[in-house]
Ligand binder design. Structure first.
Ligand code: SOE
Length: 386
């Protein structure tokens, strides 16, 4: 694994746990953790359960005992690490968004396609797909439960930048992160909306906004929120705090999207709602064990959203865990991701979302940026290479 911040913690927990709950063709071993700062790297490796550390991620490529390289670093390093890992024959799990530009994502996708021919697998970490309620929502839509889709509504609302003195961490630096709320959390709802509806987004019109243009230095701070160093000079924020856009899907359906880190009180409100001719489904990650389902064909006196608890053995992934009704958390989505990846490697199949699918998300991100720069004009999204 390369990187040991928030995602390094989430992924290593998943690598440690997946085989204990899912029947997998192999038992993952946390071999080596790579990172830049020796002291914190060693502490992280100990806490996460890695046997070895290195400050040179290139060492992982040469180690024959390593089968998979898990990239948990900021977006600016994805392309270099992924290309090298694929070329050395290692399977790759890469955090989202796939990279910081369409051009980088295209190179990664081409490399993944070449590597696939040699049996090397790659997966982009859009982990929310593995939330049981969302995987179930996709199933319901495919079965026709909402009928013909009429409208898509997707929001990802966080508030950790509402405080103007929250620190200038790497997520606010375009060179490191690529974009702000758009790529960090907007990418998730783009991926989910396309995955649940089965339709790619073909055009967008949007606006990006940086509400707080300067912030105090972060010093050693890395996570979400907190207060920066108020004694020094404020630094320029180079990404968006919020992104709003309208999207046209390939089948003509319209969707509205909102990604923000400025929504006071909304901590991780990742919401998706699909309205169809026969009903609707609605989800909010702050209540991740529930899916709201509306059946417009029910008798008028009994209409209303039904709260489905997606904790039952009938629901995706849930049977591997606790008895009826006991519920899952954020970390389980990552564990499911590892279970699916290890299975795919064992079975010699391609896990999803592939780099091709992640490239399509990247193209939507780029189109939203181009639209915003051009006064919110409609911008086409080039079709996916897949
Ligand atoms: C920060 O906004 C963040 O950690 C994202 O980077 C993750 O992808 C999301 O799961 C939670 O929020």
């Amino acid at each position: 694994m390369v990187g040991y911040g928030f995602m390094g913690a989430a992924h290593s927990h998943a690598w440690r746990t997946a085989h204990r709950f899912f029947d997998l063709p192999a038992t993952p071993v946390l071999h080596t953790l790579a990172g830049r700062t020796e002291s914190s790297l060693v502490a992280a490796a100990e806490r996460y359960g890695f046997a070895r550390t290195t400050t040179r991620w290139q060492d992982l490529l040469e180690e024959p005992e390593i089968d998979v390289i898990d990239i948990c670093t900021p977006g600016d390093t994805h392309v270099e690490i992924a290309l090298a890992a694929l070329a050395s024959g290692k399977h790759v799990l890469c955090e989202k968004p796939l990279a910081n530009s369409v051009e980088e994502s295209e190179r990664m996708t081409a490399a993944a396609a070449d590597a696939r021919a040699q049996g090397v697998r790659s997966l982009c970490g859009f982990s929310y797909r593995r939330t049981p309620a969302l995987a179930y929502a996709r199933q319901l839509v495919a079965e026709g439960a909402v009928g013909e889709i009429r409208q898509v509504r997707a929001q990802y609302l966080q508030d950790w930048l509402s405080d103007a003195d929250a620190p200038m961490t790497w997520r606010l630096d375009k060179d490191k992160a690529g974009s702000g709320a758009l790529g960090d959390i907007g990418a998730h709802i783009i991926d989910l909306a396309q995955w649940i509806t089965g339709q790619d987004i073909s055009a967008v019109s949007g606006t990006l906004e940086t509400v707080v243009p300067t912030r105090p230095a972060a010093g050693d701070m890395q996570g979400l929120g907190g207060t920066g160093d108020l004694s020094g000079e404020r630094q320029q924020v180079t990404v968006d705090d919020l992104a709003l856009f309208t999207a046209r899907f390939a089948d003509g359906v319209l969707g509205s999207f909102e990604a923000t880190r400025m929504a006071q009180g909304r901590k991780n409100a990742m919401r998706v709602e699909i309205n169809g001719s026969k009903g609707s489904i609605a989800f909010d990650f702050e209540r991740m064990n529930e899916l709201e389902v509306y059946d417009a064909t029910a008798p008028a006196g009994r209409q209303g959203f039904t709260r489905v608890l997606t904790t039952e053995p009938e629901h995706p992934y849930a049977a591997a865990w606790w008895p009826t009704g006991h519920g899952l958390g954020y970390e389980h989505t990552f564990t499911h991701q590892i279970a699916d990846l290890v299975r795919a490697i064992g079975e010699g199949t391609d896990p999803s979302p592939s780099f091709e699918e992640a490239l399509q998300v990247q193209r939507v991100l780029a189109a939203v940026e181009a639209s915003s720069a051009d006064g919110s004009s409609w911008q086409g999204v080039a079709p996916s290479a897949a």
